[in-house]
Design a protein around this ligand. Structure first.
Ligand SMILES: Nc1nc2c(c(=O)[nH]1)N[C@H]1C(S)=C(S)[C@@H](COP(=O)(O)OP(=O)(O)OC[C@H]3O[C@@H](n4cnc5c(=O)[nH]c(N)nc54)[C@H](O)[C@@H]3O)O[C@H]1N2
Ligand SMILES: Nc1nc2c(c(=O)[nH]1)N[C@H]1C(S)=C(S)[C@@H](COP(=O)(O)OP(=O)(O)OC[C@H]3O[C@@H](n4cnc5c(=O)[nH]c(N)nc54)[C@H](O)[C@@H]3O)O[C@H]1N2
Ligand code: SF4
Ligand SMILES: [Mo]
Length: 693
């Protein structure tokens, strides 16, 4: 048998690592093992286990391969096979009917980041804008984190993430890197081995990342800003503040010093549940170690005060002046370094800013007719859904399910699998996977643009997103924009050329483009990205450049200086537990939650609880429990876990809804309230009760 050839690709999943891949392609076109590209300085040959065995997902027997039309009642799951032409005609007809009845805003194309490819993910905007369909305000993931970071620096970019390997301390804050972005660990462990760097991990339960750290801080959910403020108290108190740096590079160091002087470790200990000694030791480490790399994650921003927490954590590096040093500073995401021109893909010239924007996280409220969520506009009566599974991943799941059950709502879902959302559809279209179509990617957690070329044919009648969008546009009379006549390769080439990033041919030759800005810029040595060049301890919360088009907020009554902001869903007598819905290592949101190997590794949906709490409730390990709040209830098994804080419970993973005895997924309990100031879903901020089932 011929040996497989190795081809370059990029991981398409919604993960900060966006790994550079080497893919085995057999002579028959069959895909074998996937590995991390050794020649890519960030991936450095390491990828996660779930993507290494991608063939399980590619050749899964349950893949959708034919267009389907619903024959049973909504959600019953009975479909008949139809042709692509019949399916696309049915979608176009439904969209035109909705438009005629209630106006174009009654159609809501809904998408997210199941693929991060810029062509296949974002082409849906071209269709939306060409028709004046409702816009989507993307809130489910990044807004609180991005806004909180930009509030200080003025720009969503930071030190070269590869500098983690040259740090003397690495603070992994609110991200479970071992599970969610393994490459952070690769570089942190290099720093530990080669320089004796200390690794600190800050989380709300003893994750694998916390267990691998030299210093693990397990605090109460939603209290990170209190820790950050007390650390700054110690830094000023004990002479670790870099006063020359503060004077030159920050907006109001004297105000900050006076403010944090009133918030000692004792104050923060009461809020965070950490001991005074833990806070002092962490502050001392950071104070003594100029080359401290703060790797700030998303997890600690998924609380109602999350934006404020992110900003507070980023301030520490400005107090010590860590920003000025190689291996120092605070990094969250490199979005701003990629100046890619997406106007062709997204059809930006067609945008009508007067068209309403609907909050992605509030899909349950939108579909059940909440006037505020609908922005006073018409009901949503037709949808196209690509790359997302809202019936599982969106908050307020009960409302989401009620919405999708509406008889007067037409839904087309373009999917690789029969997800719980696809099951609610009127038309289901089969989608290609990333190795079966062309696309281009950029890394949030690093600094590369990468090519993901088509390496094999998709099975049977699967089609890429671009095909579906171009075909619907043609059928609804919206295909005038030149972007609707271009192939994915033409889009990639156009985008690269328009952005001065070379061409598709060059990217094909090189595999990736290293976009890392110069050290001076990445470390803000020429000043932070505000007109006065100063890092802002006192952000103007009403005027932080919103990371996505800002439809919500801004929200004015936020703390002026970094502080603990007591707006979280506090436990009370009726809801004595705080629930965090952290990621599972073998799933990626709801992706992989049906592949056999991932399921075997994760077992079953569990509620992790400390022994003290379990004893008090008279619950044994493995007991079936019900957990709930005013939004609903979920049934799952108790897993006794060491090292949990009293009153804190963890449910790892977005399991398929049918993995729970009563079909209610974990997002039945999470809220779609807006995180200030520019939106976001507080997935890790939920007060609940726990009872024997
Ligand atoms: N295996 C796996 N990888 C993933 C994903 C996945 O589901 N599974 N999801 C992908 C996506 S879409 C994203 S956006 C990224 C997100 O990746 P991360 O940046 O890691 O963010 P989260 O996954 O939300 O949560 C990470 C950690 O934050 C902790 N946390 C929750 N609340 C708090 C708090 O108040 N304070 C602190 N200090 N910690 C808190 C959680 O316990 C969890 O361990 O990961 C991506 N990678
Ligand atoms: N409880 C709780 N809920 C959460 C979170 C949490 O931490 N806790 N995290 C939240 C976060 S950070 C995020 S980003 C969201 C993510 O939630 P989603 O955006 O829904 O992400 P996935 O669950 O991975 O689903 C993506 C879907 O896209 C499909 N897909 C992949 N590639 C393609 C393609 O090329 N074409 C088409 N048509 N389909 C494709 C996949 O098959 C998959 O079903 O979930 C959020 N929900
Ligand atoms: S670590 Fe993230 S980017 Fe890398 S292969 Fe796994 S899911 Fe993809
Ligand atoms: Mo996300």
């Amino acid at each position: 048998m011929n040996a497989p050839v190795l081809r370059a690709s990029a991981c398409p999943h919604d993960c900060p690592s966006t790994c550079a891949l080497e893919v085995e392609v057999g002579a028959d076109g069959r895909i074998g093992r996937l590995r991390g590209a050794k020649g890519n300085a960030y991936t450095a040959g390491v990828i996660c286990a779930k993507v290494a065995r991608y063939a399980d997902r590619l050749y899964h027997p349950d893949r959708l391969t034919k267009p389907l039309r619903r024959v049973g009642s909504k959600g019953e799951g009975r479909f008949e096979e139809i042709s692509w032409d019949e399916a696309l005609d049915a979608v176009a007809e439904a969209f035109l009917k909705a438009e005629a009845a209630h106006g174009a805003e009654s159609v809501w194309p809904y998408h997210y980041a199941g693929t991060m490819g810029l062509v296949q993910r974002d082409s849906i905007h071209r269709l939306r804008h060409a028709k004046g369909y409702s816009r989507q305000f993307d809130t489910i993931c990044t807004n609180p984190a991005w806004t909180g970071y930009i509030a200080g620096t003025g720009r969503l970019a930071g030190p070269d993430p590869r500098e983690i390997a040259r740090a003397d301390a690495v603070v992994i804050w609110g991200t479970n890197a071992v599970s969610t972005q393994v490459n952070v660990m690769t570089h942190a462990i290099t720093a530990r081995k080669s320089r004796g760097a200390k690794i600190v991990a800050i989380d709300v339960y003893p994750t694998q990342t916390v267990k691998q750290a030299d210093m693990g801080l397990v605090l109460k959910p939603g209290t990170d800003a209190a820790l950050a403020v007390a650390v700054m108290h110690v830094l000023f108190r004990d002479g670790y503040a870099d006063r020359a740096y503060l004077e030159r590079y920050t907006d109001c160091p004297a105000d900050l010093e006076a403010h944090v002087a009133t918030r000692p470790p004792e104050w923060a200990a009461a809020i965070t549940g950490l001991s005074v000694e833990e806070i002092e030791a962490f502050a001392r480490l950071v104070g003594e170690t100029k080359r401290t790399f703060f790797r700030l994650g998303y997890g600690f921003t998924r609380s109602r005060n999350g934006t404020v927490s992110m900003h507070a954590a980023s301030c520490i590096a400005a107090v010590t002046g860590a920003w000025a040093h190689e291996g120092g500073g605070a990094f969250h995401n490199n979005g701003a370094i990629y100046t890619l021109d997406k106007s062709m893909v997204e059809g930006k010239s067609l945008v009508d800013p007067s068209v309403r924007q609907l909050d992605q996280s509030q899909i349950g409220r939108v579909l059940t007719g909440d006037a505020e969520a609908l922005r006073g506009g018409p009901p949503v009566t037709a949808m196209l859904i690509q790359n997302t599974n809202p019936v599982s991943v969106a908050p307020e799941q009960d409302l989401v399910k009620q919405g999708f059950a509406r008889e007067d709502l037409f839904v087309c879902v373009h999917e690789q699998f029969m997800t719980e959302t696809a099951k609610m559809a009127d038309i289901v279209l089969p989608a290609t996977q990333f190795l079966e179509h062309d696309d281009v990617y950029k890394g949030g957690g690093h600094q590369y643009i990468l090519l993901g070329p088509k390496l094999t044919e998709g099975p049977s009648e699967t089609r890429e997103n671009l095909f579906v969008l171009n075909e619907i546009a043609r059928r609804v009379g919206a295909a005038e924009h030149p972007g609707f006549a271009m192939s994915a390769r033409e889009h990639i080439d156009w985008m690269l050329k328009a952005s001065d990033f070379g061409s598709l041919e060059e990217l094909e030759r090189d595999g990736w483009i290293d976009c890392q800005p110069a050290f001076e810029q990445a470390h803000y040595l020429d000043g932070f990205a505000w007109p006065d060049g100063k890092f802002r301890f006192r952000p103007d919360w009403t005027n932080v450049p919103a990371p996505n088009d800002g439809a919500m907020g801004p929200f004015a009554a936020m703390p002026a200086l970094p502080d603990y902001w007591a707006v979280i869903d506090e436990a009370d007598e009726e809801h004595p537990f705080r629930l965090v819905t952290a990621p599972a290592r073998s799933f990626l949101n709801s992706t992989f939650n049906k592949t056999p190997e991932s399921r075997k590794k994760e077992g079953r949906p569990d509620l992790m609880m400390g022994r003290e709490d379990a004893d008090r409730l008279g619950l044994d390990d493995g007991a079936l429990v019900r957990i709930g709040n005013r939004r609903g209830a979920v049934t799952l098994h108790l897993r006794l876990t060491e090292g949990l804080r009293p009153g804190v419970v963890i449910a790892e993973g977005i399991w398929p809804n049918d993995a729970y005895p009563d079909g209610c997924g974990i997002n039945t309990l999470t809220a779609a309230e807006t995180i200030a100031p520019y939106g976001g879903a507080a997935f890790h901020d939920t007060a609940i009760w726990v009872r024997p089932a």
